[in-house]
Design a protein around this ligand. Sequence first.
Ligand code: GTP
Ligand code: MG
Length: 298
Amino acid sequence: MFYSQSDEWSRTLLLYDSALKEINTRIEIMNNDFKLAHQYNPIEHVTSRIKSTQSIAKKIRKLNLELTVENIVRYVNDVAGIRIICSFTSDIYRLAELLKRQSDIRVLRVKDYIQNPKPNGYMSYHMIVAVPVFLSDRMVETKVEIQIRTIAMDFWASLEHKIYYKFEGKAPDHIRRELKECAELVTFLDRKMLSINEEIKEYAMAQELREYQEMSEEAANSETEVVTVESVKLAKRIPAELPTVEILYEELEGMQDEKQHGDKKTGNSADSYTDKVPFLSEMFPGGKKKKKKEAGAT
Ligand code: GTP
Ligand code: MG
């Protein structure tokens, strides 16, 4: 039966292979873009594979189905599989979200074994997606299983996999218990690493602010345009989730208008803004100083 379908199977395998290439490229693009925007690499590495014919046949048998190309395509969701290994748990959700947002990717199923670990302790984020593959004469949506997990989760899963096969699924109780304990350690380790990383990021941000403060002090004293240019540069480096950035741009435009038109009553000055947002008052000590100087001059 399978032999008579060998041409069809070859064409189907080409689809799965193409779907893997498609997803791999998108992941690479996202990683590169992220690197450029945030000076940081969320992906440690990516692996992909096409399920072996034996494993496919085993799965079809387990499902009590006839081994046909149609049944494989319909019922085996992981013929094409990609595993993305991230540094931190937060990266997993960020990447999953970015993939889900791609307009031509259809998410067919999500299993979040991080929020809900399996009873044995297994943790990973799984998505089955359908991705369009464009052939010479048509488009075919093709399924890919995407697994996203941290290095620590992956470490655990690969050991568990070995143990599972070693004992053919019937590992002694104490080994299962110890593995479960290791899974808890993995959660602890991932949380700890994430919080250390957050601290490092805050430290780097504080450092940048300090450097910026020094620059803006100098600019306030020299009455040059450096404040504006550096502010925009700094604003671009601030993570997008901070809502202050757009307002910062508006404010900077306001400051420029004010300078050009000599109109001090627009209310759009650095001070009016820094009063509203304390965070920026720390960023713009130069702005405040300047006003004091102007007040003193009258
Ligand atoms: P499969 O039929 O095993 O593919 O599972 P499923 O269709 O119910 O999907 P699920 O998302 O639960 O698992 C998909 C894949 O995740 C598996 O093929 C494994 O690669 C991996 N996986 C799931 N559970 C475990 C586990 O307990 N240990 C390990 N090491 N890997 C697991
Ligand atoms: Mg599988």
